[in-house]
Design a protein around this ligand. Structure first.
Ligand SMILES: [Zn+2]
Length: 201
């Protein structure tokens, strides 16, 4: 398995159905396994993770992410992926994944702090150190996953049916692949299986 850097051409397929609506799906899909086993991880480095958070309006530009914060976002991705997999398989959720999501939700800083400007007097402002930014992003992603899993779209949540793809999507009718490319590959694989299957006479 080879990890691509951001300098490689982006061979990842376009966003799967549901990613625009649910940032938690986009998060789970931020690491893509391509045919041949290459993994493109949009959260592979602090710089690429910062770019991803910015694109999804989860952090301001120049948030100053460190590796530790980036690892927290990747960890949330794995926990939410675990919950999605449990939901799709109709299995109980691992307690550790539930705890991680609920911890992120309860850490959400809601209060804007009271500040005092020497010239202009009191005002309120959100705290802005990097940890606050990351906590806020994680809480937003956790809340989004919780909303998705408990909302009407939960029944449409599905894993892409085209190996080795590991992306999630919201199913549209019977379509259960994340992209045209995955659909084409799945159809080609089925056609190949039909051709090579021994025919009964
Ligand atoms: Zn796919």
């Amino acid at each position: 398995m080879r990890f691509m850097t951001e300098t490689d051409d982006d061979p990842a397929p376009p966003p799967a159905t549901g990613e625009q609506q649910y940032p938690s799906i986009a998060l789970v899909n931020s690491a893509v396994t391509l045919p041949g086993g290459h993994v493109v991880d949009r959260l592979g480095t602090p710089a690429s993770a910062e770019q991803w958070l910015l694109e999804h309006e989860l952090a301001p530009a120049d948030a100053g992410l460190r590796e530790m914060c980036t690892a927290q976002v990747r960890s949330m991705r794995e926990q939410i992926r675990t919950l999605f997999a449990a939901r799709v398989a109709e299995l109980p959720a691992p307690a550790s994944a539930l705890t991680a999501v609920n911890d992120a939700l309860t850490r959400l800083p809601t209060a804007r702090l009271l500040r005092w400007d020497d010239g202009n007097g009191p005002y309120r402002a959100a705290p802005h150190p990097t940890t606050e930014i990351v906590d806020h992003a994680l809480a937003t992603l956790a809340a989004d996953a919780a909303d998705l899993l408990t909302g009407p779209d939960a029944v449409r949540l599905t894993a892409c049916g085209s190996t080795p793809c590991t992306r999630y999507l919201l199913r549209h009718g019977r379509r259960h692949w994340c992209s045209t490319r995955c659909g084409d590959r799945a159809r080609a694989a089925r056609a190949y299986a039909r051709r090579t299957r021994p025919q009964p006479d």
